[in-house]
Design a protein around this ligand. Structure first.
Ligand code: IPE
Ligand code: IPE
Ligand code: MG
Length: 242
């Protein structure tokens, strides 16, 4: 079996901010603030390791159901972080993309998103997809709606091209921090053949060492894509995958 090379695309469910804060007798929002720093560190580390695409789950379609105080705190933090971090990300060569339903977001958040995307659009070092107001089911439905509106046949290939992450290949490695072993409506379509790594570390504690452990585990996985081992030596993607 050949060892996998460094993953091209890593996706992360950044879970555990609330528990990180609770353990310190801090409000949950303090955990989310720490989570932003952890994301900055992680993006830098991914770039340094030759990862070209990082996709993170920042706010799910279902997270609106949290207490109103937490939801508005998260929205404020998101807008604030955008304002504060974009110039550095731009200088670092990061292309920012925001993936998710835009309807229902405040004008302030929308403006931040649009400015961040426009000002980093030419960057090519690392693509950072931030899934915000995102759900895997939403993504499949919006792709189907757009395909139908364009009169396209309902094929896997056509639908793939309409999915919100059509600008990047499918994730090689999906990491979830925080100890839960579930997908929570993240990349349902795109993770069909991803390798999964579950870390007990809470997201604010997920550092370079933890990232390296996940990458190391990935390199020893045998990806078969439905074939048998000696047939594939299985680094290639399945037929039809983008
Ligand atoms: C993940 O951390 C961030 C968001 C969902 C916005 P959580 O807020 O879910 O943290 P825990 O799981 O309660 O610890
Ligand atoms: C998933 O975490 C969503 C994000 C990390 C943004 P949740 O904390 O919302 O997931 P569940 O509720 O534990 O499944
Ligand atoms: Mg959680």
């Amino acid at each position: 079996m050949t060892k996998q090379s460094t993953p091209h695309h890593v996706a992360i469910v950044m879970d555990g901010n609330g528990r990180w804060a609770s353990r310190r007798f801090l409000p949950r929002l303090a955990g989310h603030k720490q989570g932003v720093d952890s994301l900055k560190r992680c993006a830098r580390a991914c770039d340094a390791r030759g990862i070209k695409v990082l996709t993170v789950f920042a706010f799910s379609s279902e997270n609106w159901q949290r207490p109103q105080e937490e939801v508005s705190g998260l929205m404020d933090l998101f807008a604030l972080a955008l304002g504060r971090e974009v110039s550095q990300l731009k200088a670092d060569g990061v292309q920012l993309r925001f993936i998710g339903e835009r309807q229902g977001l405040s004008t302030r958040v929308l403006k931040g998103i649009e400015q961040a995307e426009a000002s980093t659009a030419d960057n090519r070092k690392l693509v950072l997809n931030v899934c915000f107001n995102y759900g895997g089911r939403w993504d499949i439905v919006q792709a189907a709606e757009r395909a139908a509106a364009q009169g396209l046949a309902m094929t896997e290939q056509n639908l793939s091209q309409m999915m919100a992450l059509a600008h990047v290949p499918d994730p090689d490695l999906v990491i979830r921090t925080g100890g839960e072993q579930r997908i929570s409506n993240f990349l349902l379509w795109q993770s069909a053949y991803s390798e999964f790594f579950f870390s007990d570390k809470l997201w604010p504690d997920f550092d370079e060492v933890a990232l390296d452990q996940a990458i190391e585990a990935y390199t020893f996985r045998e990806r078969r894509f439905g074939k048998v081992a000696d047939q594939s030596d299985a680094a290639s993607s399945p037929v039809g995958a983008n």
